[in-house]
Design a protein around this ligand. Structure first.
Ligand code: ATP
Ligand code: MG
Length: 424
């Protein structure tokens, strides 16, 4: 047997710590009803059925989970047979999506073994399946590797995750250096969960974050972009920015921000943190913030520094210059991350409208054609975050075009008639 095969079989024999129901805080009341239905059905058909991942972590932290994922020893085809309202997705890692009312989806995956232990280049589907122990060991962080067993309502812990959760520690499962090397996206996930929970990265995990942040450029750009967007819209964007700066992860993702945000007392970074804190507040109140707005806010302090090197003429000409300049400057700052074209385009449009408030002349109002643009309300949102009242310029008086019309009408007033002039 090869050494990695020996290690793998040792891992599958690993004994978990079982925390019985009276000794932990997960109550079935905290678990989504449909997720419970899935767990119960798997269990009643003789399969292992565990709640896994972020759902377990968040319930233990007393937070409301975003989603509930289930893991089982049933194979995808067996799960599919149990749930009529389901479909199989994924090629290499097949998982089942079970559909419920209101568009809710519960994902069910078969226990998986860590792919990095396999020596074969291409794995057959069977090879990817594993034991519960292997499934725990393939996960990113110990706090994300806890299982809740529906059979006896216990927590199953293969990785000392509960101790880390109680102590406020973010620790990679296994050897952080190896795990982050295998999948550098885990660097982002470690920083995200530290920022979200306010927990500290353990020494080894922090060291691995710093030494593998440079490998992020090796990951598929779409994965990095999606993870970054989750950071910015996850409700802890301000804390994320600070930690991403402290660890240097920010500059591996966006080297373009380094000249503006990296200095110890950078006022630009402080401003960006404040702007993102407002986004966090809005999201906490249940008010969504468009991705384009969040992008503009992340880059705005750097954009302002760059703008100081430009000269914008007063009035209409300056506004046109500004909006053309923004179309180049903003994508250049964002370029290292492959943000969706649609989002970047929207960001340029709304940032372009900031010319009206940034270069406003006293008493200036908005032309009607601006107010009627589809993205005008989004631009108003951005302006509000930046401390400007774009919409106020719309409300504060007649638009330019209507005042012109009035002037023209006044000019056309008939002259007073002269004495004896024929009125017929
Ligand atoms: P969120 O609350 O943001 O959804 P989450 O921890 O549930 O956080 P998901 O992206 O939904 O994150 O992933 C579900 C689970 O899958 C994680 O909790 C983790 O156990 C595992 N996981 C996700 N990405 C990785 C990865 N790159 N490497 C190893 N395990 C991962
Ligand atoms: Mg999740």
């Amino acid at each position: 047997m090869s050494s990695s095969a020996v290690q793998a079989s040792e891992k599958s024999l690993l004994q978990p710590t079982i925390i019985p129901r009276p000794e932990h805080t997960i109550s079935r009341r905290d678990i989504d009803n449909d997720a419970l239905k899935v767990l119960y059905r798997l269990h009643s058909h003789g399969y292992l059925a565990y709640l896994v991942g972020g759902g377990v972590r968040d319930v233990l932290l007393g937070r409301k989970p975003k989603d509930f994922d289930v893991a089982t020893n049933a194979r995808p085809s067996e799960v599919r047979k149990l749930f009529r309202n389901s479909r199989i997705i994924g090629k290499r890692f097949r998982l089942i999506q079970v559909f419920f009312r209101g568009g809710k989806i519960i994902e069910v995956s078969t226990f998986r073994r860590p792919a990095e232990d396999d020596e074969a280049e291409v794995l057959s589907d069977n090879n990817t399946f594993g034991t519960p122990a292997e499934d725990a060991l393939r996960r990113d962080l110990t706090i994300n590797a806890l299982f809740y067993n529906i059979a006896d309502f216990s927590v199953v812990d293969y990785v000392d995750g509960l101790a880390d959760l109680k102590a406020g520690r973010i620790r990679a499962v296994g050897n952080a250096d190896v795990r982050f090397h295998r999948d550098p996206v885990r660097v982002l996930r470690a920083v995200r969960h530290a920022a979200r929970t306010g927990f500290s990265l353990t020494r080894d995990t922090l060291k691995a974050v710093k030494s593998h942040r440079g490998d992020l450029c090796l990951c598929p750009t779409s994965r990095v972009r999606d993870e970054l967007m989750r950071d910015l819209k996850g409700g802890a964007a301000a804390a994320w920015l600070e930690l991403a700066h402290d660890t240097g992860v920010l500059y591996s993702l966006l080297p373009t921000l380094e000249p503006y945000y990296a200095a110890k007392d950078s006022p630009q970074r402080a401003q960006a943190v404040k702007l993102l804190a407002q986004v966090d507040k809005s999201l906490a109140k249940g008010k969504d913030v468009e991705e384009a707005v969040v992008l503009c806010l992340l880059f705005w302090p750097a954009l302002e520094v760059l703008a100081q090197e430009e000269e914008f003429a007063p009035g209409r000409q300056g506004r046109a210059q500004w909006s053309m300049w923004v179309r180049e400057a903003l994508p250049a700052l964002a370029q290292p991350v492959a943000f969706a074209k649609r989002v970047l385009e929207r960001a340029c449009q709304i940032a372009g409208l900031m010319g009206f408030v940034r270069l406003a002349a006293p008493g200036q109002t908005l032309p009607k054609k601006v107010v009627t643009r589809g993205y005008y309300p989004v631009a108003c949102d951005l302006a509000k975050f930046l401390g400007w009242d774009l919409d106020g310029m719309n409300r504060s008086g007649p638009s330019k075009s209507s005042s012109k019309r009035r002037r023209r009408r006044r000019r056309r007033k008939p002259k007073p008639r002269k004495k004896g002039e024929n009125t017929a």
